[in-house]
Design a protein around this ligand. Structure first.
Ligand code: KG4
Ligand code: ZN
Length: 328
């Protein structure tokens, strides 16, 4: 069964065709990074206008690249939230138009649930119950997954999301946008020699990264940070703290709950230091999608849509965007 996925929640215009929720036939992502990087972050109005220009060509490319026709498509899955309202609206309205024009069922997908389902696209076999860490630009969620569509949220960030922390740290260090890849690259040139605070929030599965950001700000103000060697050391120190906190707290929760696997997802899961740390320290198997499937894409939305569709969760053309949608 082939599902068309459409994703426009933030600054990537994406469409994909996925078969049976596991096999990618096409996965097109049109990034707006070059447009937003000159502003140092995403400009919502610009993002939605850009989605308007690119969405239809991206869907057409997904169909062509998969070598399918509209008749082969069983349903259209689209992200309804969380995300930027103006961006989400473009994808949802395009999905509605396609569903009407081709008499296809619509499946509304939660972007965070979509991130988790990137783990079904790698050939690995996720097993329940598993513990999902979703670390993206807007979220750091720790979610227990008991089965398809069965989520209970254990923890979240109390302030900055992990990706947001990378982006802000990068700005503080003058490394540009998006911050995650920039910090990761700079960190390879330095050692983690600065001591920065770890917020353990003992007794809670929540995260907090704003104190770390403030400590970095003070560090940069107090020293000569025009020296690239110091910037590299600060980047490495910052990254080490985020990686250590995410890994330690997730593994502690996994042991406490006795889950069978840990599933990582979201843009920050593209980070090599985080991937290596989890693989090294976790007592249970850790599934991590390849970096391209960690950052925003529509294959994960199509995969998630397949499992909704299979369980009869089909929506009508009255669906609307929910910018503050959460999971569990
Ligand atoms: O999941 P995603 O593509 O979009 C959202 O749903 O937010 O995540 C984007 C976030 C950004 O904050 C970006 O800086 C971060 O993921 N990111 C990374 C890396 N690649 C992307 N953070 C750390 N290391 C990376 N390699
Ligand atoms: Zn995302």
């Amino acid at each position: 069964m082939k599902i068309l996925g459409i994703e426009t929640s933030c600054d990537e215009t994406a469409a994909a065709i996925v078969e049976d929720g596991t096999s990618i036939l096409s996965n097109i992502v049109a990034s707006q990074i070059n447009i937003h990087s000159r502003y140092g972050g995403i400009v919502p109005e610009v993002a939605s206008r850009q989605h308007l220009i690119t969405a239809l060509p991206v869907v057409e490319s997904a169909i062509t690249e998969a070598g399918v026709t509209w008749r082969d498509i069983a349903a259209v899955a689209v992200t309804i939230g969380p995300g930027l309202a103006g961006s989400l609206l473009v994808g949802v309205n395009l999905a509605k138009a396609i569903a009407l024009a081709h008499s296809l069922p619509l499946v509304a997908v939660n972007h965070l649930e979509g991130h988790i389902y990137a783990n079904w696209l790698t050939g690995a076999k996720p097993v329940f119950p598993c513990l999902c860490l979703i670390v993206s630009g807007g979220h750091s969620d720790l979610v227990l997954m008991a089965g398809h569509g069965e989520f209970s949220k254990l923890g979240r960030t109390r302030d900055d999301a992990a990706g947001e922390a990378f982006d802000k740290a990068s700005r503080i260090l003058g490394l540009g946008y998006p911050g995650g890849p920039a910090i990761e690259k700079a960190a390879t040139r330095g050692s983690p020699s600065f001591s920065l605070p770890r917020a353990w929030l003992k007794g809670s599965d929540d995260f907090s990264f704003s104190g770390l950001k403030t400590a970095l700000l003070h560090l940069v103000r107090g020293d000569d940070f025009t020296d690239p060697a110091l910037v590299a050391e600060a980047a490495a120190s910052f990254q080490q703290v985020v990686v250590d906190v995410l890994t330690t707290k997730t593994i502690q929760a996994a042991e406490r709950l006795g889950v069978r696997q840990i599933l990582l997802s979201g843009g920050v899961a593209a980070n090599k230091a985080l991937r290596d740390c989890f693989s090294r320290r976790s007592p249970v198997p850790v599934l991590i999608p390849p970096p391209k499937l960690c950052t925003d894409n529509a294959a994960m939305i199509a995969a998630c849509g397949y499992f909704h569709y299979r369980s009869g969760k089909i929506d009508g053309c009255d669906i609307d965007v929910i910018p503050s949608l959460s999971l569990g």
